[in-house]
Design a protein. Structure first.
Lengths: 470, 337
């Protein structure tokens, strides 16, 4: 009896910790892609201003720079939570992987966070202090810092998906090759996929804001070049990311076949497997055959293996294989959630690419600013990348369950044993309340600033001679 | 010296950097509700730390990351053990970070007042908890034989750690005031100097008492001799005394250097007192986490050492350059948006 109670409490603790980590991570990742994607676009605007001296570009730089900073702040603030949470909620995990996982995290701070924070500070306050050239350079360096930070954190995450460059010593993962870790195939794919997604998000938001201004008939001449830049970025990145993501899928099939099987609700091993576009039923152990489904023959084999005749392993076979390898148990992630998150990610990603192509066509035909139906679609499109990316992270992280580190450590055994359900209840409550409030404020600020008229550069009276501090 | 010892020192250096840099940010933050008389002065105060607060905060982020990588056992036990305290730190830091970018996004007085208070409260709360938390590492908390914290939130608090928290808060306000004497002009600058003069003696006394108390705790509870911890404590007290003297003479540049050194020696006293342990166990001294039993393996430490030696000098160089770029006194007129 006592043991049962203990087990129930332990699983409540794990579930609360998971819920909290999922909430705070997904939330953090609403702002990260905007930093990754909006930063370079603002830098392009400023570069154009630097090259052409056309004032429109300066107005755009300042206008979208403000939107960038509103979100950057919340990205920074919520990023700190992520760093603390590994130790706070996952002490066993932290002790187990610290040797390996901690290194890219620390390097991220040293090599990336210092760079982005310092140079962004220089950019924000450096308009009159630095030469225009140097001032432009500070923004590009800050952008490089944000991309570098994405790389290092994805290297860390990759160790949870596909552990490489380590050995187990005294029950802990110990780093044996930092190069293997840094050049992990998973990390490189994840980095490419994430950067492309970030650019998709940044470009979609810029396009959405421009189209909103067009729809209200305001500042058309100022926002036309911005919409053009947004589409020039958006069309290739959204299309390439579809191709890139599907290639990533082949790597996942190789390294985490269970995730692919779950994302397709594929219970039995098959070859020439058809891809299920949509299905009803077929998501549980007791109900493995969907009652209704729309399928495309051969496509799943192609997506997962690169050949239409390829063999895709099923959930049942994989579970038997894992049971032999790691001991009897259930190694299947929640199939329904994974199946749908995969479809939301891929479906919404495709939709964004289509909208981008239509937008580019309309721009080419000089009709973009006038077709109201498309303008509102583009406004709605600025939210779509966030839906796709959240679904993508659910697929990646929930699809890895029951493992916290694939094949090495289970999530259910990795939490902090001393962190009680009361503490977890308090922290989850605090984060949900605080984050919800901040989201409301952020959206209000974004809407307000996205609707302003981009100001011409102020004509300030020459500042009085500044006094040096020392 | 082993690599683990080197990383113990590097983590102390990171905390010292954090206390020096974010210390004056926190100080300026805590003075926000009291020092400025109008919006222009409030803007001036925000502007005085505007370009640098984010870079300063990264010192904490790196200290955290370095602890994770170099001492996974320490990171895991401290962060899971000090759970609610760190949750509070996070809340304080979040509202503070947002205040910098969000405060000037609306002209409504209520909005601006709200974010100003967020910055002040956030700075106060974070400074207080870091004081309590770091000194609790030395004072000792309940830790079992597997290295897990077994206590409650209240186990972090006792006379020594609460005193430490208060000393750190008052010292940061003093440090922030001396910083403002360098960064501002006119009436605001005069008021900053007046405040620094008022705070000088109490801040120096509290800090000196805290450092002495730290050495006593180290001897009593951490099996240390008076030497070496007394050495940084004496240097810290000397820095505090100099700070008082310079502030009273109105030599603000030297005063700021002295308060900065005070922050360095304060952290040095704590870490020297702590060594070779990183977290003292009050349950059983033998359960304490040490530099050797909580550290990563040699290879990880070697990789991290190479990276730190390559990158940290660059960081110091460009952060130093930033301070050079923004060396002029601020007036609240920056072309910032």
């Amino acid at each position: 009896m006592g043991y049962r109670v203990h087990l129930i409490l332990a699983s409540t603790q794990v579930n609360l910790a998971r819920g909290q980590f999922a909430t705070t991570t997904l939330y953090h990742f609403l702002f990260v892609p905007l930093t990754l994607g909006l930063g370079p676009i603002v830098a392009i605007f400023q570069t154009m201003w630097h090259r052409t001296r056309n004032e429109t570009w300066l107005r755009l730089t300042r206008f979208f720079g403000t939107l960038f900073l509103i979100n950057f702040a919340i990205g920074v603030a919520t990023g700190l939570v992520q760093e603390f949470e590994f130790g706070m909620n996952w002490a066993v995990y932290s002790r187990f992987v610290g040797n390996v996982f901690g290194a890219p995290l620390a390097i991220e701070g040293l090599a990336a966070f210092f760079l982005e924070s310092t140079f962004l500070g220089l950019w924000i306050f450096g308009w009159n202090r630095l030469s225009p050239r140097l001032h432009l350079a500070t923004l590009w360096i800050a952008v490089a810092g944000t991309w570098l930070s994405a790389y290092f954190i994805l290297v860390a995450n990759s160790f949870m998906q596909d552990p490489v460059g380590y050995k187990i010593e005294n029950g802990k993962a110990v780093l044996t090759s930092v190069w293997a870790l840094l050049s992990s195939r998973w990390a490189l794919y994840a980095f490419g996929h994430t950067i492309l997604a970030g650019l998709t998000a940044g470009a979609s938001v810029v396009l959405g804001v421009c189209c909103w201004q067009f729809a209200r008939g305001r500042n058309v001449d100022v926002f036309r070049p911005a919409a053009k830049v947004a589409l020039i970025v958006l069309v290739p990145v959204s299309c390439v990311n579809l191709w890139f993501g599907s290639h990533f899928g082949i790597l996942v099939e190789e390294l985490q076949p269970m995730k692919i099987a779950a994302s397709e609700a594929q219970w039995s091993t098959c070859s020439h497997c058809s891809f299920s576009v949509f299905q009803i039923g077929g998501f549980t152990e007791s109900d493995q055959t969907p009652s209704h489904s729309i399928e495309i023959p051969g496509l799943l084999s192609y997506l997962a293996t690169g050949s239409f005749g390829g063999t895709v392993q099923g959930l049942n076979n994989l579970n038997q294989q894992y049971s032999r390898q790691y001991g009897r148990g259930n190694y299947k992630p929640p199939v329904r959630a994974i199946y749908w998150s995969m479809r939301v990610m891929a479906g919404v990603g495709t939709l964004i690419a289509l909208i981008a192509i239509v937008g580019a066509y309309l721009l080419w035909r000089r009709k973009l600013e006038r077709l109201r139906w498309f303008l509102w679609i583009a406004v709605a499109n600025s939210f779509l990348p966030f839906v796709a990316m959240s679904a993508g992270w659910v697929l990646t992280e929930v699809g890895r369950q029951p493992w916290i580190v694939q094949g090495l450590l289970k999530t259910s055994e990795a939490n902090s044993p001393n962190v009680t359900t009361t503490w977890l209840g308090i922290s989850l409550g605090v984060f949900i309340t605080l984050y919800a409030a901040l989201l409301v404020v952020d959206i209000w600020l974004m809407r307000r600033y996205a609707g302003l008229d981009p100001q011409p550069p102020e004509q300030r009276p020459p500042a009085p001679q500044p006094v040096p501090s020392l | 010296m082993s690599l683990a010892e080197l990383w113990f020192i590097l983590i102390a250096v990171l905390w010292a950097g954090y206390f020096v840099l974010e210390g004056f940010d926190f100080g300026v933050g805590m003075l926000l509700p009291f020092l400025p008389k109008d919006e222009q002065e409030r803007r001036t105060m925000f502007e005085s730390i505007g370009p640098v607060w984010d870079g300063n905060e990264v010192w904490l982020v790196v200290a955290g990351g370095a602890t994770f990588a170099a001492f996974p056992g320490w990171y895991a036990s401290m962060f899971s053990g000090f759970y609610l305290a760190l949750l509070l730190v996070l809340v304080f830091l979040i509202i503070r970070v947002l205040s910098f970018e969000w405060r000037d996004k609306s002209k409504t007085p209520g909005w601006r007042r709200f974010w100003l208070w967020c910055n002040a409260v956030g700075s106060f709360g974070a400074a207080l908890i870091w004081g309590v938390g770091l000194s609790a590492l030395l004072y000792g908390t309940p830790i079992n034989s597997s290295g897990d914290f077994t206590g409650t939130f209240w186990d972090l608090f006792n006379a020594y750690t609460v005193f430490a928290g208060l000393a750190v808060v008052v010292f940061f306000v003093f440090h922030g005031a001396t910083f403002l004497t360098l960064r501002t002009t006119g009436a605001l600058g005069d008021r900053a100097l007046k405040t620094a003069r008022m705070l000088a003696l109490p801040a120096a006394a509290l800090t000196a008492a805290f450092m002495i108390w730290t050495v006593v705790v180290a001897v009593d509870r951490n099996d240390k001799s008076v030497f070496p911890p007394i050495l940084p404590a004496i240097l810290g007290i000397a820095a505090a005394v100099l700070a008082v003297a310079f502030v009273l003479q109105g030599r603000t540049g030297r005063a700021f250097v002295s308060t900065a050194l005070g922050a360095v020696f304060l952290v040095a006293t704590l870490f020297t007192s702590l060594y070779p342990r990183v977290m003292v166990s009050s349950t059983d001294f033998g359960n304490s986490l040490t530099v050797s039993n909580a550290s990563s393996a040699h290879y990880t430490l070697a990789v991290m050492t190479v990276v730190a030696l390559l990158v940290l000098p660059l960081v110091l160089l460009y952060q130093g350059w930033t301070y050079h770029v923004f060396r002029h006194r601020v007036t609240g007129d920056a072309a910032h948006y």
